[in-house]
Write a protein that binds this ligand. Sequence first.
Ligand code: PGA
Length: 260
Amino acid sequence: MKVLIFPDAERADDHVAGLLCQEVAAKPSAVLGLATGGTMERVYARVVDRATAQGLSFRDVTSFNLDEYWRVPPHHPASYAFYMAERMFRPLDMDPGKCHLPDGLAPDPEDEAERYEAAIVAAGGLDLQLMGLGLNGHIGFNEPTSSFGSRTRIKTLAESTRTANRPYFDTSDAIPGFAITMGIQTILEARQCVLLATGSAKARAVAAMVEGPMAAICPASALQMHRCVTVVLDRAAASELALYDYYQSVHPDGAPARVP
Ligand code: PGA
């Protein structure tokens, strides 16, 4: 794992926005795995700014989101379809035919999961999967004890996840209990993974992911098996890493490693 520790969240966000833009500049038809959540909101605003400033087109990009709530319609402001349209797809003029999320209104979750996996394969697989980290160590909605061999499927959301997502829903709305999410194996098959976590609330999950045993209780620890993962942190999120000084010596404040 490449562990990059930036002095603050702004610089960490900016680095991730830069990685996404670099990927698209190098391969305009890139297949991106995208994520949602509060962390990514800031990243996407920066991607839009950078792409506009650089004249970088996302028109040929294909995207697959990690997850979508089950039975929340795409026009609902808390749905991930709505989130992505507002923050990425529309501002970057992405081709709606190339932007994919699991369909939370599909008649059958198992058929929908199979269709989604097949669509990723048909697109040639994911070049870069972007993700945040749950307080409980989840990636996508792969909650603790998800199988490392899991593929896209419907998952029951953990109570802590539902509590964390409550602010996105009106008080009158029921908080969804289920979501369709890419599996851990689906994520591990991406050619490159980039995980961003900022803030002290994530420090425990970060330490478990990077330095803990590979165990289903921390789904993100499965990333230890992937050969091309970049973990982007601010100092607060990195604060519980036992080898903090080592990571900083390799990439001081997130800088590229010096090649001997
Ligand atoms: P957050 O969510 O960015 O809103 O903290 C991250 C996640 O649950 O993956």
